[in-house]
Design a protein around this ligand. Structure first.
Ligand code: ADE
Length: 310
């Protein structure tokens, strides 16, 4: 309880501008369920303002204290960020009940499901694409735009010296305007000033589960997470975009993925990928971390070639 009280103090100081009255929140159905928590659709009715849709993250019953501090940490991280392609913190409910974190609601949900739902149209629509609108079909141009938006979010995080550590399609949300919002900052950590040999690298051993298919060799090998390992994951995210939500490495079991990547491998590419796309992805997956592109450089390439990801 002493730890809990100390934690509440941290919340008070860093989230003081974000407190929301629990009574103003109506909670509805599940939007998603993870390992540690769930996200529900909610409506926030603050007197004198128009009601807004929110996504409400909370812990599942019988959570461990460390999970609560991670959720608090996520809220504090989100409170410090402001970018058109990073999900916005609306508020937190910290008193008179379980901790609730209210985030901007993204109408179309996560990017992986968004793509999977539209995949059969892409396959069957050849020749009819002119008459199909974006409701059913994702064009190469809009995939490239979404990719650019993800790069711009990651570039912003690197200016904030924040390592996300869980970049992947399921952690990107699509709002009503079909704009991408990077979310799930539960694993994100701020790092040092970037001096060589300094604290630029984040060592993580506190969690049992890792996003293996999105992890760079140095993360798999030594548990090192940096802005550069985020770029490796960004490359895997771009591959998910190109393949409309296919699982990286297909049905390979995790241990096969790990030994393959540690031996210098990278995600297998589809046969019909363009040479330009292939080269862009390969430059996210350079085995030597320092040789990878930065998010800003990838964003630039995408800007110059609006149909790059085909
Ligand atoms: N699922 C998880 N977070 C969400 C959000 N912010 N909006 C919509 N669906 C979500």
């Amino acid at each position: 309880t002493a730890q809990l009280l100390a934690q509440r103090e941290v919340i008070s100081s860093q989230l003081v501008n974000h407190f929301v009255d629990r009574g103003a929140l109506e909670l509805y159905y599940d939007l998603g369920r993870g390992q540690f928590g769930r996200v529900r659709y909610g409506v926030l009715r603050v007197p004198g303002r128009s009601p807004i849709s929110v996504a409400v993250k909370e812990l599942l019953d019988d959570y461990a204290p460390v999970e609560e501090s991670e959720l608090i940490q996520e809220a504090i991280t989100l409170a410090s960020l402001q970018h058109p392609h990073v999900v916005r913190l609306i508020g937190v409910c910290t008193t008179d009940g379980p901790l609730l974190v209210l985030m901007e609601y993204a109408f179309f949900g996560n990017l992986r499901d968004y793509f999977c739902e539209r995949r059969h149209f892409a396959e069957s629509a050849t020749g009819y694409t002119d008459s199909l609108n974006e409701a059913f079909y994702v064009s190469a141009e809009s995939i490239t735009r979404l990719a650019w938006e993800a790069c711009s979010a990651l570039d912003y995080l690197s200016t904030e010296r924040l390592v996300h550590r869980d970049i992947r399609a399921i952690n990107c949300l699509i709002d009503e305007q079909r704009s991408l919002k990077l979310a799930d900052f539960g694993l994100a950590r701020t790092i040092g000033t970037g001096t060589p040999g300094g604290d630029d690298e984040y060592l993580c051993r506190s969690r049992g589960l890792f996003p293996v298919r999105w992890m760079a060799p140095e993360s798999l090998d030594m548990g090192v997470f940096t802005m550069v390992s985020d770029v490796w994951a960004l490359g895997v995210l771009l591959l998910e975009m190109v393949t409309l939500g296919a699982r990286p490495y297909g049905d390979w079991p995790s241990d096969r993925v790990i030994s393959y990547v540690l031996a210098g491998g990278y995600p297998p590419l589809p046969n019909d990928i363009s040479e330009e796309t292939r080269q862009l992805l390969m430059r996210c997956w350079e085995p030597v971390p320092e040789e990878r592109l930065t998010a800003a450089e990838i964003a630039n390439e995408l800007m110059q070639n609006s149909a790059l990801l085909q």
